[in-house]
Design a protein around this ligand. Structure first.
Ligand code: TRP
Length: 393
């Protein structure tokens, strides 16, 4: 009899020691191949080269369109349930990297509805986090001509009709089997909302390849959406997915979460806080004594400071390889690795925070990223609504 998996990965719960390969079998996604990695625009991206984005669904049509200068889009969203930490932001910087190189359209939906259904937070609190998180996304520096930001409850004139159209395609049995029994009817309906997010660029611009770069726990949403997209009455392609592993938490492997007790590094942390959190909390793969470490060396695979550098905060491949080698040999110490990780993260955050401080009011900044009236109308029409529907024009 096959051994029971000792991990859970769904959009609403991530627990245990995740076996990423086993997860692909379970979800039915494919490992990202060397050929596919080579198709990303030069010089590639560390997240791709280093297998943080490690799996995919239909990534080829997207990469082909990107290299042929054809219309292609990314959807990557945010559930505003708290302050953003460093693990939350990397898909957005990744989207920006693609947009800068190949003109990718980027759609950023905010699922404030989802987080209200899911978390024990008031509407006021979720709304405050929405505003805070939006400023962080605006600080990434997307091109307003090619980027749309949608807030589920604030763009209800378009979200609700679209989600209504797609909700009819999803049975309760599918929701139960995909997500586990939902806690309330909001969460039963929500998959139709996230499916709407993933189809949005095509509903606005017409059929084209869309890619959804997300942590692997979000893949169930992609699967539900792909089944809807397969229905003939919508002229849309199934969105593709680029699935990532989780950035480890300071206390070791597993999902980094700002909602449980493990501390995480927030986008708002200053230099001193970053150093302090890493020095005090970052799990070390080194030996306890100095002599022992020099003799036996450390294990970069479980060392959180190394993992942070490897995942996102060190650009140079030679440098990460050198650090791993020296750490294994014992010539590089755990404390030295911590200082390097803290330094790089603090530099990244300072640049991010500076861009955030330079922004005007949220309302003014957001305006240029909101869907235009004609984009809203096109989306409703492609979902099946006649132009004569009563929505305010
Ligand atoms: N559900 C995601 C989360 O829990 C947020 C999200 C909403 C999202 N819509 C999306 C992510 C579309 C990727 C693509 O964080």
């Amino acid at each position: 009899m096959p051994a029971e998996d000792n991990f859970t990965v769904t959009p609403y719960a991530v627990e245990g020691d995740i076996d990423y390969d086993r997860l692909l079998d379970k979800f039915g996604a494919d490992a990202l191949t060397t050929e596919q990695k080579a198709k990303f625009p030069d010089p590639g991206h560390p997240l791709v080269r280093r297998n943080v984005f490690y799996a995919e669904r239909d990534v080829d049509p997207f990469l082909d369109a990107a290299s042929d200068d054809k219309l292609h889009s990314i959807v990557t969203g945010r559930g505003p349930s708290g302050p953003m930490h460093i693990g939350h932001i990397f898909p957005f910087y990744f989207a920006k990297y693609l947009q800068d190189r190949t003109g990718t359209l980027v759609y950023i939906p905010f699922s404030d509805d989802e987080k209200y259904f899911l978390k024990d937070k008031s509407l006021g609190e979720i709304s405050d986090y929405t505003r805070e998180n939006l400023l962080d996304l605006l600080a990434v520096g997307f091109d307003p001509e090619r980027t749309r930001i949608i807030v589920d409850t604030a763009d209800a004139d378009v979200m609700y009709p679209l989600a209504t159209a797609f909700a009819k395609e999803v049975t309760q049995a599918t929701v139960d089997a995909t997500y586990g029994d939902p806690e309330n009817i909001g969460l039963s309906f929500y998959p139709a909302v996230q499916a709407t997010h993933l189809l949005f660029p095509q509903l606005v611009e017409g059929r084209h390849p869309t890619l959804v770069p997300i942590a692997v726990d979000q893949d169930p949403h992609v699967r539900v959406c792909r089944d809807i997209a397969a229905k003939e009455r919508y002229d849309v392609a199934k969105p593709g997915a680029l699935l990532s592993k989780f950035l480890p938490s300071l206390e070791g492997p597993g999902k980094m979460s700002s909602s449980d007790d493990a501390p995480s590094i927030l986008l708002s942390d200053d230099r001193e806080t970053v150093f302090d959190k890493i020095r005090t909390h970052a799990y070390s793969g080194g030996q306890t004594g100095l002599e022992e470490h020099r003799e036996q060396g450390g294990n970069p695979e479980v060392d959180v400071s190394y993992q942070f550098l490897y995942y996102f905060f060190e650009e140079s491949d030679e440098q990460v390889e050198r650090l791993a080698r020296e750490y294994r040999e014992g010539s590089l110490l755990s404390g030295e690795l911590k200082e390097m990780a803290a330094e790089n993260i603090a530099n990244f955050l300072e640049a991010h925070q500076e861009r955030r401080r330079a922004l005007g009011s949220l309302e003014d900044e957001l305006e240029q990223f909101r869907l235009t009236e004609s984009e809203r109308q096109d989306a409703r029409r492609r979902a099946g609504y006649p132009d004569s529907s009563l929505v305010q024009q």
